[in-house]
Design a binder for this molecule. Structure first.
Ligand code: F6P
Length: 323
């Protein structure tokens, strides 16, 4: 391998820049050439490739987002789109690709690798729903942002004897909500994996009110059937059921912004370097991640269209501690 390209795809995640930097500098250290691709697979199809140097990635490790830009690209889901991408890679003499992203991005990586072009993925999504890494790049930062919001909401909730529903991102995965609930001392968490009805939540809230709690925080995953909109509508109709006066805060994309934490910078640096080492030993069609605290590669065929399960033990812990 002599020339590789790197792209970021799907929802951006804090730490992606540290991964881009690690891929670039690790490859340059081997004497390889590196191309950056702008705006994910869309840029690849358009041929938005440009040579990167060690200086191109200077001063970015502390920045959130991705200096390459990111996109979701329906055209890449077609064979014609992928063939066009292969033509662009051939024209630039690229013989390996690193894809930094989550589930959809790794599905694209797998499809391209299956067409005979060596691709290695780097596990990066705030959702932490990707099989192949216990923790993905961006999760720690997103979690800390959610926690800061919860801590702040608790203060005003206490002053007004209110309950707050805090909706966090995560797509169909409840990891962010569950961890924010445990670390934020929430009164309840609502996650897609273990459904709970608005009536049950109302009961729990009124019991908490009767137990003399000054405030209540519920962390709700956006992918749960009883998401914040559903719960807000329910409590609008059943005002007195909760005991507490209730407000809803949706954190949304706020969780994806901001500087990456030390944990995310280190994880991204390790996974970016691991992706280059993987290509260097002739391995491809895999995603680089951390499993049981060790660097690991997992075949993309075992990653795509799967969802990492949440830990029932942590859900139980959240239930015990919420009293
Ligand atoms: O996958 C990351 C994520 O932030 C999800 O948590 C969320 O559902 C989705 O992306 C939002 O996508 P978009 O940025 O396209 O609105």
């Amino acid at each position: 391998m002599k020339t590789i390209a790197v792209l970021t795809s799907g929802g951006d995640a804090p730490g992606m820049n540290a991964a881009i930097r690690a891929v670039t500098r690790s490859a340059l250290a081997l004497g390889w050439q590196v191309y950056r691709i702008r705006h994910g697979y869309a840029g690849l199809i358009e041929g938005a490739l440009e040579a990167f140097t060690a200086r191109s990635v200077g001063g970015i490790i502390q920045q959130g987002g991705t200096v390459l830009g990111s996109a979701r690209c329906p055209a890449f889901m077609t064979e014609a789109g992928r063939r066009q991408a292969l033509r662009q890679l051939a024209q630039h003499g690229v013989d390996g690709l690193v894809v930094i992203g989550g589930n959809g991005s790794q599905a694209g990586a797998q499809a391209l690798d299956a067409m005979g072009f060596p691709v290695v993925g780097v596990a990066s999504t705030i959702d932490n729903d990707l099989v192949g890494s216990d923790v993905t790049i961006g999760v720690d930062t997103a979690l800390n942002i959610a926690l800061e919001a919860i801590d702040r909401l608790k203060i005003t909730a206490s002053s007004h004897n209110r309950a707050f529903l805090v909706e966090v991102m995560g797509r169909k995965c409840g990891y962010l909500a569950l961890m924010a609930g445990v670390a934020g001392g929430a009164e309840f968490v609502v996650i897609p994996e273990i459904e709970i009805t608005p009536e049950q939540i109302a009961r729990e809230l009124s019991e908490a009110y009767r137990r003399g709690k000054k405030h209540a925080i519920g962390v709700v995953a956006e992918g749960a059937r009883s998401n914040a909109a559903v719960l807000a509508a329910y409590f609008h109709e059943h005002k007195d059921e909760a005991g507490f006066d209730l407000r809803v805060t949706t954190l949304g994309h706020v969780q994806r912004g901001g500087a990456p934490t030390a944990y995310d910078r280190i994880l991204a640096s390790r996974l970016g370097a691991a992706a280059v080492a993987t290509l260097a030993r002739g391995e491809h069609g895999v995603v680089c991640g951390i499993i049981a605290s060790r660097l690991a590669t997992t075949p993309l065929t075992e990653v795509v269209d799967k969802q990492k399960p949440i830990s029932p033990e942590l859900f139980e812990l959240a239930r015990v501690l919420e009293q």
